[in-house]
Ligand binder design. Sequence first.
Ligand code: C2O
Ligand code: CU
Ligand code: CU
Length: 524
Amino acid sequence: MTVSRRRFLGWSAAGIGGAALLGAGIDWQLSGPRTLGKTLTSQARLPEPFTLPGTVPAVLAPYRSDQTADYHQVTQRRATATILPGYRTDIWGYNGQFPGPTLAARHGRTAVVTHRNELDVPTVVHVHGGHTPADSDGYPTDYLLPVAGTTAMLARDPQAVIARGQRDHTYPNDQLAATLWYHDHRMDFTGSSVWQGLAGFHLITDEPEQALPLPRGDRDLPLMLCDRAFDARGRLAYPAQDPTFLHTPGVTGDYMQGVQGDVILVNGVPWPRYDVAAARHRLRWLNASNARVYRLRLDTPHRQAPGFVQIGSDGGLLDKPQHLDAIDMAPSERFDTVVDLTGYRPGEQVTIVNDLGDGTTVPVLRLRVTHTVDDTSAVPDRLVDLERLDPAHAVRTREMNFRMGKMTAMDGSTQDKGWLINGKPFDPQRADATARLGDLEIWRITSDFNHPVHVHLNQFQVLSRNGRDPRPTDRGWKDTINLDAGQAAEIAVRFTDYTGRFLLHCHNLEHEDMAMMANLTTTL
Ligand code: C2O
Ligand code: CU
Ligand code: CU
């Protein structure tokens, strides 16, 4: 597959006939009914699962605070990390860390984050799930060029706001308490940048959440799940067309389905073990993988296994908790859960496994109970009041079709497979969906394969799947919905507050980089 020069030239869909034909004639094997991607095999020596201690990323301290805002500085740079015992691995990290430091924000209190780029590639930072003004949202061509300059290819986009060295992002945090995350969003190269470590948590809390007796402190664990693969020298392996990540976007061959690794990392640690008290724990799951879908399940020694109690979804807390035996989690989704270990004896343990994995991708993490405590936490039957978006008030319905198709360079020089929305590859200059602030819309989303569909600016609610009721895991405010192959879903969405150019896209990062994005423009 050739993708060279594609952004200079721009892509166009190969025509309706071509796109339809190609979409039907897929010539590769899907790796499973609910997951799409091709797995790299590590060459390095891998540790035994559950031997390495689990960690939680440190919280970023502001360098200054005033009446209205906290000010943070983050430097994006290369660093060396010990991920696999016995190896040194080069990563790209926010403050040189993978995962990056956690930004902990309070509802309504602005965070201003100055990002400085000391890497040698352009970057773009985006807070995923954030209700963020357009100029701070991290549009893929709003490049932050490296301090030291770069020869990297830049996508042509007259509207792009390009900065060199450093730039401020203003996050109003004017939204419900939620588990958000920030990650790189550079045009054409998001997959490789996130793979190398550019991802971290952005947590928002508010008074209604603080008033709940949920587990807190060291019993509130944000858990970033991602899969990676390592070469014989312990380096992160990624099947990039261009190993410099500067010029030619894309991945090789079948990896365009999505890149998966055979090592499961939790907060950057392979298959960790957390030593914990016999108490309730809040586990905030984030799937930060490029393409892997997980089905998380608790493997416990107790017959009456309590499973997960879900208390929140992508955009915040649920109105009431729900019990889930297993959780399907696609790239970029979050599930906020409580796991009850009260009644466990020291020495007992719970393993969280991935029922969609095989071999090394089945184990995820282990909780080992080391001591008993008095636990006063609880999960109340009612959590928060949630507004229900009423589809009867929708002013329009849009169709969004996510499928593979043929793309042609503008000069006709190359013809390739790519991932299209409504038959078109991403073009920063084309308005795809223009929505008026305050309007309630219904989006009918259809897909050929498994596509985790993500919308910027506002959270949405899932109305139906294939004309039936949504799944239990669709409850609450969502910013990503995972569609299975051949599925149709309806969501209700209402954009608020900020006008400008935003995005909707597939969050399989290789699909995203291979053009599966569209513009969402909001107007007054
Ligand atoms: Cu997780 Cu457009 O982003
Ligand atoms: Cu996002
Ligand atoms: Cu996709």
